[in-house]
Design a protein around this ligand. Structure first.
Ligand code: PBG
Length: 340
């Protein structure tokens, strides 16, 4: 080997020009891989910016037409729907109401854009008076009785026309309960994108403002995962796949890239990473202060998520990235190329 003869490797050779760099680049971002979250509220004419998430809005159903047009124009072909109900109660009734906010949203989206992939978040926390993901008895979230509500919710989303359901509650057995309920209702073709490895994370803070879903007492540590655990994430993912998950989510993304990478090594199902609200808010806040270059930071972060092994990215940055590409506002040719 030439290294032994006193010479050294010149890895810089392939970095000299943008042409060469582009040719040997291993990871690219594609707008097709983005899933854009939508927060939908009751009422008319509502377009309310979320304080801790600049550029993200709560929208009423009548505003969805314009939103969809914008997304499709930008090349974003998938959304993840969250609803903010009119009324919250102990049993999360609006979550599975055929005329609930998500069900109305799905019908409207599918009417306006039949090809848009409409994914629905299946959870109770936005719909319960106490803000917890399940039924609460004696101050505890009870697992098995909650499964029935989740299954009903998923079926009602499928009935409204959802292309895929995404359970985010982290109850044990929910994927199996949802799969069986969907099949029984005749929705054998509706896939489940399960939030398989979802951590009890401080990075969901801004989302809870957007979705009005902060728990009234306690926290989510009895069902969401402990941040220290990686092997347990693999067990969660394996369990969900066995129960019938067609694709899985690791969430949050940035502090859990090792989990994404390990999941990619181990499993063959498609993997999505959720680049969550707190991750978005940090970038926005620093950028507003002029402390970082937003464009470059966002592209680098999302490239890192893809490099770790996620093929889909659920991200609030989706529109910005698509727009930078569209308007040629990408600073350098390198960044242009990163977008593939
Ligand atoms: C639960 C749900 C949450 C998020 C997505 N689905 C909040 C939570 O578990 O508390 C967080 C997403 C984000 O922070 O962007 N319905």
């Amino acid at each position: 080997m030439s290294i032994e003869r006193g010479r050294f490797r010149r890895l810089r050779r392939l970095r000299q020009t943008e042409g060469l760099r582009r040719l040997v680049r291993e990871t690219r971002l594609n707008v097709e891989d983005f899933i854009y979250p939508l927060f939908v509220v009751h009422g008319r004419g509502v377009r309310r910016e979320v304080g801790s998430m600049p550029g993200v809005y709560q929208l009423s159903v009548d505003q969805l037409g314009a939103e969809v047009e914008e997304l499709l124009e930008l090349g974003i072909g998938a959304v993840l729907v969250f609803g903010i109900p009119a009324q919250k109660d102990e049993l999360a009734s609006e979550a599975y109401d055929p005329d609930g906010i998500v069900q109305r949203t799905v019908r409207e989206l599918k009417k306006r854009a039949p090809d848009l992939v409409v994914i629905t978040d299946v959870c109770n926390c936005e719909y319960t008076s106490h803000g917890h993901c399940g039924i609460v008895r004696d101050g505890r979230i009870v697992n098995d009785p909650t499964l029935e509500l989740l299954a009903r919710t998923a079926v009602s989303h499928a009935e409204a026309g959802a292309d895929m359901v995404a359970p985010s509650d982290m109850m044990d057995g929910r994927v199996l309960a949802i799969r069986e309920a969907l099949d029984r209702a005749g929705f054998i073709e509706v896939p489940i994108l399960s939030y398989a490895a979802k951590y009890a994370s401080a990075f969901y803070g801004p989302f809870r403002e957007a979705a009005e879903s902060a728990p009234a007492f306690g926290d989510r540590r009895s069902h969401q995962m402990d941040p220290g655990n990686r092997r347990e994430a693999l067990r969660e993912i394996e369990t969900d796949i066995e129960e019938g998950a067609d694709a899985i989510i690791v969430k949050p993304a940035l502090a859990y890239l090792d989990v994404i990478a390990a999941a990619r090594e181990r499993f063959e199902v498609p993997i999505a990473a959720y680049n969550v609200s707190g991750e978005y808010a940090m970038v926005k806040a620093a950028a507003r202060n002029g402390w970082i270059d937003e464009q470059r930071v966002v592209l680098e972060l999302l490239t890192g998520i893809r490099r770790a092994g996620a093929q889909m990215i659920i991200t609030y940055h989706a529109k910005d990235v698509a727009r930078w590409l569209r308007s040629g506002r990408i600073g350098t040719a390198l960044e242009q190329a990163l977008l593939g």
